[in-house]
Design a protein around this ligand. Structure first.
Ligand code: UD1
Length: 385
């Protein structure tokens, strides 16, 4: 559809929000490979900007300072998406990249893909084809539209190819390469901060790490934006904390929703330990030795599968079915008794053991960059012809 520009033009990599950072980090490392470097530039939209959600991650993941920061910040979906587009367009004009590379499914992903497609710049989507089939999820809308705009689509699991083919994407543009998020996990595992250290640094008792604990994360609008649902979920969590201590690093969005709904007192339970958002290496260390993870995050469903730690997902669906079919993940939705039954089963039996899905071997980024080299050579040849 679209073509690379001048030979030697860079790949313009886009990040915006926390889950993008661990996906771009290994791609940049692979692009910097001295034996075959690939020119790139990094644009940060500024969708996430807090130190805890942003710069801390850059440091831990070894991501270079962005060449450009659009500093959009928080807003409604329409305003945030529009503002990213407005600020990204002149960057695209001045950078004249060979292609724009976007990852995942956040607003920054779609906004930059749309600007590029409208300017006839090729779009590369890493983590394409995942579908929850739930269009009330903002990320699902971002996923479907980004994939429609993409020229090259890299997938993490088999279901993604079927989804893309069903939506009319040409099979020759789809490449099953594995999971860049797991590249980062494997690369970082040795540097993961032991749970004892994270807990004592934050004033929680390090003894928890010895007696055993669960980790909770919660931030999806469908779980935290409706006070009734939030209350039900927190009730279940309080109940779980009577069986096993629960460590809960709280996303800023969730913290404000809990306060707005007047539910703050529910967190004042001795064995529910609340923390600010954690650094990637702290979170990794905490998950690695957890008895189980309770979450509504997409990334954590994959990371727990890679770590072999049982995961109870507080959603009715997942766009990452392989984590249920082959991994350690179980879907509990928002149903109190189902959540408790799954937790009790894990505490009794240890939970699902799972296996590592195909190509989640830490080398997805190298495969992607190898395809990119070929693709760039191919588009350059077509241009000459
Ligand atoms: C975004 C992504 C979601 C991803 C999540 C990870 C979209 C549609 N959603 O959701 O897919 O799982 O990031 O965190 O792109 N805030 C801060 N500091 C920050 C960033 C946000 O306080 O650095 C607060 C603001 O009150 C903001 C709210 O969090 O309004 C929501 O931020 P936003 O980026 O809109 O969405 P997330 O819920 O973080």
């Amino acid at each position: 559809m679209m073509h690379a520009r001048a030979a030697g033009a860079p790949i313009l990599c886009v990040v915006g929000a926390r889950p993008n950072f661990m996906k771009v980090a290994p791609l940049i490392r692979a692009m910097k490979d001295v034996s075959r470097p690939m020119p790139f530039r990094l644009v940060h939209t500024g969708q996430h900007y807090d130190q805890q959600m942003n710069s801390q991650y850059f440091r831990s993941l070894g991501i270079p300072e962005p060449d450009v920061n659009l500093e959009v910040g928080s807003a409604t979906h329409a305003v945030q998406t529009a503002e990213i587009m407005r600020r990204f367009e002149p960057v695209l004009d001045s950078e004249r990249p060979a292609a724009v590379l976007v990852v995942g499914d956040v607003n920054s992903t779609l906004a930059c893909a749309l600007v590029a497609a409208k300017k006839n710049v090729a779009v590369i989507h890493v983590e394409a084809g995942l579908r929850s089939f739930d269009r009330t999820m903002p990320e699902e809308v971002n996923r479907v539209l980004t994939d429609q705009l993409s020229d090259l689509l890299f997938t993490t699991e088999k279901s993604a190819r079927e989804n893309l083919l069903r939506e009319g994407v040409s099979g020759s543009n789809i490449h099953f390469v594995g999971n860049v998020m797991i590249d980062t996990l494997r690369y970082s595992l040795e540097q993961a901060v032991p749970a004892e250290r994270t807990l004592s640094l934050r004033g929680a008792t390090a003894k928890l790490a010895q007696v055993g604990y669960a980790v909770l994360t919660l931030h999806r609008p469908s779980n935290v934006d409706v006070p009734g649902t939030l209350r039900l979920l927190l009730n279940a969590v309080v109940e779980i904390s009577r069986r096993i201590p629960v460590i809960f690093p709280i996303h800023p969005r969730t913290r404000s929703r809990i306060e707005e709904a007047g539910l703050g007192s529910m967190l004042e339970t001795a064995s529910l330990i609340t923390l600010p958002p954690l650094d990637y290496l702290e979170m990794l260390g905490l998950m690695r030795t957890a008895k189980f993870v309770l979450t509504d995050s997409g990334g954590l469903q994959e990371e727990t599968t890679a770590l072999g730690v049982p995961c109870v997902t507080l959603r009715d669906n997942t766009e990452r079915p392989i984590t249920v079919e082959e991994g350690t993940n179980s879907l509990a939705g928002q149903d109190h008794s189902r959540i408790l039954a799954l937790v009790d089963d894990i505490l009794r039996t240890g939970g699902k053991a799972g296996r590592i899905p195909d190509l989640w071997d830490g080398r997805a980024s190298q495969r992607i960059v190898a395809v990119l080299h070929e693709w760039l050579a191919g588009t350059a040849n077509r241009r000459v012809a």
